[in-house]
Design a protein around this ligand. Structure first.
Ligand SMILES: Nc1nc2c(c(=O)[nH]1)N[C@H]1C(S)=C(S)[C@@H](COP(=O)(O)O)O[C@H]1N2
Ligand SMILES: [Mo]
Length: 201
């Protein structure tokens, strides 16, 4: 690739190479929520891991906060066409949640569930191996409530609807079961680089 000269771009390379097709860059942080924003006090917070209908482990806020913390800075891509670069998160890798529960690979698929009734499906391969986390902090601070605080899923390599806000559980499922938006016409997988916006894309 030809040198582009001293344009002051970050060492990550040309920014335009980081914007998937059909997306445009924003520098603010839009809020997108299907319903009202829930208010979850730490004392009411609980995160449950299930295999099918069977709960295998649950953590309260203090227990969850004592799990290993990992930082992750990633670009995010919303299906409504905005992308935001270098968003900085801190939280618990899905790998570390599964390890704490002593669960490895009961099935290939999961549903994430949220306090507002939202759900979204993600294959285990896209949650494990350091790819995804339950984030507890954004830009060094508690995640603002409208962005999913106190805790949200972060699956940055898929469209942002997969990053369930106010997440309160992960459930292994036998099959790839559509969640809230996937039942309403969004793509079952949602790879922004393949523009998998709607079912049929
Ligand atoms: N629980 C819950 N999570 C959710 C949503 C929602 O309505 N409820 N909206 C999704 C959609 S469509 C997007 S684009 C992102 C938006 O996250 P943001 O509001 O922090 O930008 O959250 C996703 N996670
Ligand atoms: Mo979205």
């Amino acid at each position: 690739m030809a040198t582009r000269g001293f344009t002051g771009r970050p060492s990550g390379g040309d920014q335009s190479e980081r914007i998937p097709p059909g997306q445009h860059l924003v520098d603010y942080f839009p809020v997108l929520t299907a319903g009202p924003t829930p208010n979850i006090e730490p004392g009411d917070w609980k995160f449950t891991l299930k295999i099918g209908p069977r709960p295998v482990k649950a953590w309260n806020w203090a227990e969850f906060n004592s799990l290993p913390m990992t930082k992750m800075t990633r670009d995010i891509h919303c299906v409504t066409s905005w992308s935001k670069l270098n968003t900085a998160w801190e939280g618990v890798l899905i790998d570390d949640i599964l390890a704490d529960a002593g669960v490895e690979h009961p099935t290939d698929f999961l549903l994430a569930h949220s306090f507002d009734g939202y759900s979204t499906n993600v294959p285990l391969a896209d949650l494990a191996s350091g790819k995804a986390m339950v984030a507890l902090k954004y830009e060094g601070k508690a995640i603002p409530r409208d962005h999913g605080g106190p805790a949200r899923l972060l699956v940055p390599h898929l469209y942002f609807w997969k990053s369930a806000k106010w997440v309160n559980g992960l459930q292994f499922t036998e099959r790839d079961e559509p969640g809230f938006w996937e039942l309403r016409g969004y793509h079952i997988y949602g790879d922004p680089w393949k523009e998998q916006r709607y079912s049929g894309d």
